[in-house]
Design a protein around this ligand. Structure first.
Ligand code: SUG
Length: 448
């Protein structure tokens, strides 16, 4: 039975802005307070979805969230009408209003961890929403994420949904950004690779000194248990703490994998040789032939990787067995990275082509091509069970573009977040979106 890896891309929400909210994420920090363009951001994302669809990949779309998060502000003690809550937060606690307005749910690689049915004990596709517990603005996402995923993958015969892990730093979980799956074929049992930044319960593990390690070993282990993965089908590896301290806040900023291939920076992991051997052995036991391309630090430094997002790329299988790498424009403007990629593709390596996309609006907050998508490997029966409203088609693309034109602003600065009109604009946009994508009622304002 043919299986596909479907990319579900996050649609950028109408409040996309640069809040400087993510300590440890260099782009978020350095673009803080710049004016944003939500309309352009949404269109850049849609253009990538359309391009992948036109290349023949099955492409889906994941809805954004209700912002400002008025319910979240109420839970912090702001009272009155919705407009009064926003006004009081703007007056007394602007940083909280900014966090409550973040469109960060667009980076759906952080929405959940997904295990395909070929890997799980009960033969269903398992989803665990990520608690994103390291940052307040991101910790707001998982309740709506769970409702959106349940509306997209509703059939309990095929799909199992787990609530986010306990909301404490010891179980900090950032979803698929720290999870990769290797396999010979998407429909066959594979090896799931969980990369964590620290251990919360065992102080023998090293930890970064400067920036937070968002993912814990214990969170990754809990997700693997919830999904019913076997010992033979998992590898846990620690990220190199020194790269976290250089701005690698998720593993997908320093490594990407697909099929039998891992493309990573030389400094990505602790104990790299051991990690690669374990991956190769476990994949071999499943009939696969694991390969790794290690990018040497003397050709591309960690700083180059963080600035260009070389590894936050999408590695896609092509029908001829080779792979295509989808990279952001910032890779082309970095000569060391571009020289490396030019040599790689002319080298008859496994990666035979590179395509470049302009995702600047998202990149300026630290979100590249890979951050914008959640991968879900599905067999034919599972694909047929997905809510068809969220699968990209030329007609849906056109409709979403018109919808963005009608509802999105083309400039947003911090003071605009206090405008009560923005909340009304977002709610009417999202109300229409749930009809377009056939999601039913998923937002707090629709559930009252
Ligand atoms: O969590 N940026 C996100 C970027 C997430 C990227 N995702 C992956 N690597 N998979 C984050 O740091 C910045 C928001 C702001 O500053 O306005 C932000 O949340």
């Amino acid at each position: 039975m043919t299986a596909h890896e479907v990319n579900f891309d996050g649609l950028v929400g109408p409040t996309h802005n640069y809040g400087g909210l993510s300590y440890g994420n260099v782009a978020s920090q350095s673009n803080s307070q710049q004016g944003s363009n939500p309309k352009e951001a949404a269109k850049q994302g849609l253009a990538k979805m359309k391009a992948l669809m036109e290349m023949g990949y099955v492409q889906g779309v994941l809805a954004p969230q209700e912002r400002p998060d008025v319910a979240g502000l109420r839970s912090l003690g702001f009272t009155g009408s919705d407009a009064q809550v926003i006004a009081a937060a703007a007056r007394d606690a602007m940083p909280l209003l900014v966090a409550s307005c973040s469109a960060s749910s667009m980076w759906v690689a952080n929405a959940a961890t997904v295990s395909p049915s070929a890997d799980t004990a009960d033969g269903r596709v398992h989803f665990t929403a990520a608690n994103l517990n390291c940052k307040y603005h991101r910790s707001l996402e998982h309740p709506t994420t769970s409702r959106v995923l349940s509306a997209m993958f509703a059939d309990a015969r095929h799909f199992a949904h787990h609530a986010a892990l306990p909301a404490v730093a010891q179980f900090g979980d950032e979803g698929a950004a720290n999870h990769t799956r290797f396999c010979r074929d998407y429909g066959e049992a594979g090896v799931e690779f969980f990369v964590y930044g620290r251990s919360a319960f065992d102080n023998r593990y090293p930890a970064p000194q400067r920036y937070p390690a968002r993912q814990t070993l214990e969170a990754s282990q809990a997700v693997a248990r919830l999904h019913g993965l076997s010992e033979a089908g998992v590898v846990f590896a620690q990220q190199n703490p020194s790269v976290i301290d250089q701005g690698v806040f998720h593993n997908d900023v320093i490594a990407v994998g697909n099929g039998e291939l891992l493309f990573h920076h030389q400094d990505a992991f602790l104990n790299t040789d051991q990690v690669v051997t374990e991956l190769a052995d476990k994949l071999a036991a499943r009939g696969g032939d694991f390969r790794a391309i290690s990018v040497p630090r003397d050709q591309v430094s960690v700083d180059d990787a963080v600035r260009s997002y070389l590894f936050n790329s999408q590695l896609l299988s092509r029908v001829d067995g080779s792979m295509l790498l989808i990279v952001p424009e910032e890779c082309r403007s970095n000569s060391r990275v571009w020289d490396y990629l030019s040599a790689l593709t002319s080298d008859k390596s496994a990666i035979s082509e590179v395509r470049v996309f302009d995702l600047k609006q998202s990149m300026q907050n630290g979100g590249g091509p890979a951050c914008l998508r959640l991968r879900v490997a599905l067999n034919q029966a599972e694909l047929a069970a997905v809510n068809p409203g969220v699968i990209m088609t030329p007609a849906l693309y056109d409709r979403l573009n018109v919808w963005v034109d009608r509802h999105y602003r083309d400039r947003l600065v911090e003071t605009d977040l206090a405008d009560p009109q923005l909340l009304d604009e977002c709610r009417s946009a999202l109300d229409e979106l749930t009809q377009i994508l056939k999601l039913g009622a998923i937002y707090p304002f629709q559930l009252i």
